[in-house]
Design a protein around this ligand. Sequence first.
Ligand SMILES: [Fe+2]
Length: 263
Amino acid sequence: MKIYIQKITGMDIYYDNISKELVLNGKPLNSSIRFLKEMKDVIHDKEWFSTVKPDRKMYYMFRDIHEDADREAAEDNNLRYDITVIPPDMIGDEYVKTQGHCHPCVTGTDVTYPEMYQVLNGEAMFIFEKKEGKETKTYHIHGKEGDIVILPPGYSHVTVNPTDQILIVANWTESRFKSDYRPMLKTRGLAYYYIRKGNESAFISNINNKDASSLEEIRPIDPELIGLKKDEPMYALIKTPEKLAFLTKPQDYGTFFSKVLER
Ligand SMILES: [Fe+2]
């Protein structure tokens, strides 16, 4: 089965669910695979984990995707466009999700790098959280095909596939930093897990993340906020890289990021 994502990305690209390949202009792209064993410390249902094969493939990460014509713009502006494919699955009682991480600070500042996502196929539940003193603020955002979501500086984050469809999600980010997976291992995941209980979906508290205090829903952004017309692919922003400068110099965009968290 092939999932065509040409229109939504503006590129000649599809995902082949048999070979698990993303094919750009007829050429398969390299991926990194996340295995279940790497997620042992961040999942809710530990008992379930002991009953399954730890080498189960959970999701596929395709990094630094661009048309040849856009290579220079991406490199010169330190920007990277990635695509992550998360097939439907359950991790015990929890919906399949990314391992989760946080980003480092921009050198010389206390502002961490942000990130911007677009759902290309399926539906996503994005969960962001930030510790403020003794409190943890958690936001969740339900994204449907085409929706764009911005992760502001300072938040640890996880992407969940809560459906029986293949979730394909793209992100733009600064190209050089290394994500930090350690804090999430210490707390055994975010403050909330997204689980299925019978036919219902629910957030449940992570007892190892004791500071949990608030959980709020926010909406995807209005594409106009980043200078995109309705239905214009997020990838197209590489043609006007100044519109992506909030990803590389977030310390200059405080007011912009406060708008992102308005409900
Ligand atoms: Fe990230």
